[in-house]
Design a protein around this ligand. Structure first.
Ligand SMILES: [Zn+2]
Length: 138
């Protein structure tokens, strides 16, 4: 049986959705969605207890914290999160994982064909936003 949250989060295991790490992930997704101007997007997400299941064309998903399938034409993104990869991690790490996946949606219209280039772009934007937030907290 799959448990679903009001904001589209789901998991095969209801307890996973109630862990502090997954609750934090959910909060950070909600925080960054309007900042990235993705209000109109439908963003669904699901949590797996261990590694993300392998999907054709994505390569190895071992130890990947999260990934996303984003389609700017339909303004829809689906995020997959590995609980094992965020278990026990600090708030900044979990926030950067949530933000990273949303930034993928944010730049999805830019259609960077080279995957490494795309990851670098997303990582740079994520890092800049996290640093901006940390500066604002001082
Ligand atoms: Zn990425």
């Amino acid at each position: 049986m799959t448990t679903t949250n009001s904001d589209g989060g789901r998991s095969e295991l209801a307890w996973v959705l109630r862990t502090p790490e997954v609750r934090a992930f959910r909060r950070y997704m909600a925080r960054w969605k309007p900042i990235l101007h993705l209000e109109a997007w439908e963003i669904t997400w699901e949590v797996f207890e261990g590694d993300l299941p392998d999907t054709a064309g994505r390569g190895s998903s071992e130890h990947v914290a999260a990934d996303v399938e984003a389609d700017w034409r339909y303004q829809h993104a689906h995020v997959r999160l590995s609980y094992a990869a965020i278990r026990g991690k600090d708030a900044d790490y979990i926030e950067s994982v949530a933000l990273h996946e949303l930034v993928h949606a944010f730049v999805s219209h830019a259609a960077v064909r080279n995957n490494d280039h795309n990851e670098l772009l997303v990582t740079q934007i994520t890092t800049s936003l996290m640093l901006t937030r940390q500066e604002a907290r001082r």
